[in-house]
Design a protein around this ligand. Structure first.
Ligand code: NI
Length: 144
């Protein structure tokens, strides 16, 4: 999809402090313009919004950190993953230190179901940190 797209031009007003911070971030990240930065933010916010609703397909990762000495925690996590067997494309287990393990699950499926799956895992007792990161699979607008 490399067709040249027409751009829509509009102006944005914001507090000077916010605008200065934006310019600093643009410089830090080596972005080419405010337009590019704002377009990226809008895109990211669509992805986040779409990740939370609907039955369209998304892909992402669920990251879980837990103390493996906590009673039954691994079997609880495994049971949930089997309940949603076809969502998990790949799983990685890292022994972070003596106590803690990190699990990273790559997932793909309907947004609503992935959200539910991640919520169930993250709310297991003993999870120290858990988060769901998503990316859309159906958008091509990031490649401009
Ligand atoms: Ni481990």
């Amino acid at each position: 999809m490399s067709r040249k797209k027409e751009l829509c031009r509009f102006s944005i007003s914001m507090e000077p402090e916010l605008s200065e911070r934006l310019d600093k971030m643009i410089a830090d990240k080596g972005m080419s313009s405010r337009s590019q930065a704002v377009a990226k933010m809008v895109q990211a916010s669509f992805v986040e919004h779409e990740s939370q609703i609907g039955n369209h397909e998304i892909a992402g990762t669920v990251t879980l950190v837990y103390d493996h000495h906590k009673r039954n925690i691994q079997s609880k996590l495994t049971t949930i993953q089997h309940d949603y067997g076809n969502l998990v494309i790949s799983a990685m287990h890292i022994h972070l230190n003596h106590n803690n393990c990190m699990e990273v699950l790559a997932v793909r499926g309907e947004a609503d179901i992935i959200r539910k799956f991640a919520d169930r895992l993250i709310s297991v007792k003993g999870i120290i940190h858990g988060c769901l990161t998503v990316t859309a699979t159906e958008t091509d607008s990031q490649n401009q």
